[in-house]
Design a protein around this ligand. Structure first.
Ligand SMILES: Cc1cc2nc3c(=O)[nH]c(=O)nc-3n(C[C@H](O)[C@H](O)[C@H](O)COP(=O)(O)O)c2cc1C
Length: 328
């Protein structure tokens, strides 16, 4: 029987299939089902900057009410900037106690300052690693791309220096030169790169002429974007590469491993088919390995990465030109 074990950022995983950050981590029973279904680990949903601000605001209102009566009691409260995420941190600590599989905390780290402290508090919950979710939409015309990227690098470096557990960065695909960004993050100490986050895009309802918030799940063909960059980055960075977006079944996992992924993250497929999909994926992945004579993941990981395919341009522009020519 094929061995699905692997190591991600130095952490042993029983399977390369991780559950990505999502609301499934909001229930202890679901986290336990995820473990029973054979997930290699799970990322707890992100602690978002907005969440921290809202909680801090609520607490400051409560403090203001109390201060009318007991002014001196204010000194008993922790500093405001650290009071915000307490509910989230308590939840992560509780989740940590409920299962044995590796758990990763996630922070929506968009600004360089302040995040190191939250990262340390997440570490104190006992999680095995951190994932920095860099989801941000830039709208300031005066902020140059290099400023945005510098903030990202500085944030990652600060967090890496602050904690002793390994730190992964979950990236957006929207960079002019993603390979450069990945390299720089590698140098700043990121032990994992998660490619990619999937932005929730706004939608307009044309009948009511109003904005609509629609959480669309991914489709399997969306996995071709991470596939390309996993293949391009394999062997070029020290950080482990994790594919995320559009991985719905075992075939998708195999393709990302062939491109060079250390592990994959799945979310949409669990919303579509239930948590048991994890055991189907593991069984089918093992079946594929048996059929192809692979005993371990290392036997075929990266076999089709850019450095290992005969046509080195297959993952670059050449493929695009070739395909367009075939259509005429
Ligand atoms: C309901 C839901 C909640 C999510 N919450 C988070 C989150 O808190 N932090 C994060 O980094 N990504 C979050 N994501 C994004 C997923 O982790 C993942 O990157 C994305 O869904 C693409 O993977 P998929 O194609 O397997 O769904 C969420 C996705 C969904 C569907």
């Amino acid at each position: 029987m094929a061995d699905l074990a692997t190591t991600y950022m130095g952490i042993p995983l029983s399977s390369p299939v991780l559950v990505g950050a999502c609301s499934l981590s909001g229930r202890l029973s679901t986290i336990q089902e995820v473990e029973e279904a054979g997930a290699g680990g799970m990322v707890i949903k992100s602690l978002f900057e907005e969440q921290i601000m809202v909680e801090a605001l609520r607490l400051s209102e409560q403090l203001a009410v109390g201060s009318e009566r007991f002014a001196e009691s204010l000194t008993y409260f922790p500093p405001l900037e650290h009071a915000g995420p307490r509910e989230h941190l308590m939840w992560v600590a509780k989740s940590r106690k409920a299962v044995r599989m590796p758990l990763f905390g996630s922070l929506n780290a968009v600004s360089p300052d302040g995040w190191a402290g939250f990262a340390r508090q997440l570490q104190d919950t006992g999680v095995d690693g951190l994932e920095l979710n860099t989801y941000a939409v830039q709208t300031d015309p005066d902020r140059a791309p290099q400023d945005v990227e510098k903030d990202l690098y500085d944030t990652v470096q600060k967090v890496v220096e602050e904690v002793s557990i390994p730190v992964a960065v979950k990236l957006s695909p929207f960079y002019t030169n993603l390979i450069h960004v990945a390299n720089e993050l590698d140098h700043r100490g990121a032990r994992g790169l998660v490619l990619f986050n999937r932005f929730v895009q706004p939608e307009i309802d044309e009948e009511s002429q109003t904005l609509r918030n629609a959480m669309n799940l991914s489709r399997p063909e969306d996995s071709r974007l991470p596939l390309r960059y996993i293949a391009l980055l394999h062997g070029r960075v020290k950080a482990d590469l994790v594919a995320s977006t559009g991985i719905h079944a075992a075939g998708g996992v195999v393709r990302q491993l062939l491109a060079g992924a250390t592990a994959v993250q799945v979310v949409s497929t669990l919303y579509l088919h239930g948590v048991d999909q994890l055991s189907n994926i593991n069984a089918e992945l093992a079946g594929w390995m048996d059929r192809h004579g692979y005993a371990t993941l290392a036997d075929f990981r990266g076999k089709l990465s850019q450095e290992d395919v005969p046509d080195r341009f297959a993952f670059e522009r050449a493929q695009y030109v070739e395909l367009l020519m075939q259509q005429t």
